[in-house]
Write a protein that binds this ligand. Structure first.
Ligand SMILES: Nc1ncnc2c1ncn2[C@@H]1O[C@H](COP(=O)(O)OP(=O)(O)O)[C@@H](O)[C@H]1O
Ligand SMILES: O=COP(=O)(O)O
Ligand SMILES: [Mg+2]
Length: 559
């Protein structure tokens, strides 16, 4: 097996251009860029507002099949495809999410792409970047502190201390903080109550930043956050605590998209970072809409498999932002197809065409699902060194039977030179005008029926179960005027079902909705199914154990 240069070594060897040059290629003058060093910058709100009259470029979504724990290369393929489009002479840019420190120091590692398809500087992007996540964490926890402080000083709003729904967040995996009791230690510390921490990427503030159209909309949405209920079950909003102004101040800079570049010096926005299993999983609307004004082709990603990220990209982000996607790329890997065909994680390196063909049922389901949104689909086989010709051919043959095309892509190993065929295919699809995007359910469908529509049409569930309390809560929110909101399904990323071990394309399974949460600021209702966690834990041997500074003070172990 040839030695593989690590992502961080490739990224460190990159010849980056000054960020002002990258901006100039997009028509962004230096006075409209706020530099963070020489290779990162935020784009000014004034410049963004001045682009509104320009025509939009074509919008391409990169999604995937149900992944292995390592991920199947959506971000890598988004970067590679952006480079590939520029290589064939198209004016293209990419929009991806900011990585979370949680998976970076936990299991999955970074989220800046991989191999010769990365955004750089990958260390900065995977660590503190431009501080957006710290700002989101601070804004979220300021609100939490103001809730307990209000209760401490007499609780004029008559908050029912048993019904505070706003938790705290931290951008790190820490199971010990999932359920805590705060304000212990006596009178001066306030009124003890149960609470807990979620990971920052699951925060409603993150979702608000990603869905807000500008600073005014951001502040309005922040004010709409429901933090608690009174004993008469009426909601208490962030604006009742006068927290929205200060939160917007903390988020002012974070609202501006971050401009960086790929290894091949092509422009990239990296902005916003919600996960797609516990949140909506898409980068910010403001970055995507701005990119559409600056480039002829915009390639963006949505987290995990198409049952999660793509469904939310279509039903939440596109619906609410008025975006009309022109094409979709479904990333498939031989390893994930074999895992969906029943092969154990440790045996994925061995050729097994039979298991792979069984696992193709997962790919076929995702192709059919994306087509239900009226978006044309192409499959990108993200080539891994361990793939055999027989396995790759089996995927191509299977996809051909679906009336679609599967294109072998070697961008991880070769950069843009390895993905030209996909780039040409995406151009053909986007220019064909065949896309007729429609969300999977209408705004005025009752909330429970929306959950049932996603479960039936996307997950192929046979039934959705929910307690009377959950159903009554949805009815109350409809009476309070939230019935037109989309739903955001919190579900395992490993299966169409709520059982992470049920791979492939299960039919007729039962989706149990155990809890619902109203994100009144973000503008969606979260339906939590199965055992999904909003604060992940660290694995037995976290990646943090291998992330160090070497003798020259350089970072090692980030991947
Ligand atoms: N073709 C490939 N060969 C080897 N490793 C890859 C390949 N594509 C992606 N990777 C690695 O797999 C991991 C997941 O890739 P990523 O693009 O983050 O996936 P996703 O965005 O779908 O989670 C990263 O560590 C990346 O470097
Ligand atoms: O929300 C999850 O994103 P990835 O699939 O890119 O890990
Ligand atoms: Mg990713």
């Amino acid at each position: 097996m040839p030695t593989v240069t690590s992502d961080i070594e490739i990224a460190r060897a990159a010849t980056k251009k000054p960020i002002f040059e990258i901006g100039a290629r997009l028509g962004i003058a230096s006075e409209n860029l706020v530099p963070y060093g020489h290779d990162k910058a935020k784009v000014s709100a004034e410049f963004i507002n001045a682009q509104s009259k320009k025509p939009d470029g074509k919008l391409i979504l990169v999604t995937a099949i149900n992944p292995t724990p390592a991920g199947e290369g959506k971000t890598t393929t988004t970067v590679g495809l952006g480079d590939g489009l520029n290589r064939i002479g198209k004016k293209a840019m990419i929009c991806v999410r900011e990585p979370s420190l949680g998976p970076c120091f936990g299991v999955k590692g970074g989220a800046a792409g991989g191999g010769h398809a990365q955004v750089v500087p990958m260390e900065d992007i995977n660590l503190h970047f431009t501080g957006d996540f710290h700002a989101i964490t601070s804004a979220h926890n300021l609100l939490a502190a103001m809730i307990d402080n209000h209760i401490y000083w007499g609780n004029e709003l008559n908050i029912d201390v048993r019904r505070v729904t706003w938790r705290r967040v931290m951008d790190m995996n820490d199971r010990a903080l999932r359920e805590i009791v705060g304000s212990l230690g006596g009178v001066s510390n306030g009124f003890p109550r149960e609470g807990g921490f979620d990971i920052t990427v699951a925060s409603e503030v993150m979702a608000i930043l990603c869905l807000a159209s500008d600073l005014e909309d951001l502040e309005r949405r922040l004010g709409n956050i429901i933090v608690a209920y009174r004993t008469d079950k009426t909601p208490v909003f962030a604006r009742d605590l006068k927290a929205d102004g200060a939160m917007a101040v903390l988020l002012k800079d974070a609202m501006q998209p971050n401009l960086v570049q790929t290894l091949e010096n092509n422009p990239a926005f990296v902005h916003g970072g919600p996960f797609a299993n516990i949140a909506h999983g898409c980068n910010s609307v403001i970055a995507t809409k701005t990119a559409l004004k600056l480039a002829d082709y915009v390639v963006t990603e949505a987290g995990f498999g198409a049952d999660l990220g793509a469904e939310k990209f279509f039903d939440i982000k596109c619906r609410k932002a008025g975006l009309k996607p022109d094409a979709a790329v479904i990333v498939a890997t031989v390893r994930a197809l074999k895992m969906n065909g029943g092969v154990a994680k440790d045996d994925l390196g061995r050729e097994d065409v039979e298991a792979l063909t069984r696992g193709c049922s997962n790919l076929g389901r995702h192709v059919a699902n994306v087509r239900k949104f009226g978006v044309p689909v192409v499959v990108a086989i993200n080539h891994f060194i361990s793939d055999t010709d027989a396995e790759v051919q089996a995927v191509k043959d299977y996809v051909a039977h679906l009336g679609a095309e599967a294109i072998l892509c070697r961008h991880w190993a070769e950069g843009s030179a390895g993905i030209e065929e996909l780039a040409w295919k995406v151009v053909e699809m986007a220019q064909s005008g065949t896309a007729k995007f429609e969300p999977i359910y209408p705004d005025d469908m009752p909330l429970m029926e929306k959950i049932e529509a996603v479960a039936a049409k996307i997950y192929h569930a046979g039934e959705v179960t929910a307690t009377k309390a959950v159903r009554d809560q949805l009815k109350v929110w409809e009476e309070q005027g939230y019935g037109d909101l989309p739903v955001c399904m919190a579900k395992t990323q490993y299966s169409f079902s709520t059982d992470p071990a049920l791979r492939g394309a299960p039919e007729g399974h039962v989706v149990q909705v155990r809890e619902v949460r109203l994100s009144a600021g973000a503008g969606f209702v979260v339906a939590i199914t199965g055992e999904i966690m909003t604060m992940p834990g660290l694995p037995r041997s976290p990646a943090a154990e291998r992330i160090v500074l070497n003798d020259q003070g350089y970072i090692e172990g980030l991947f």
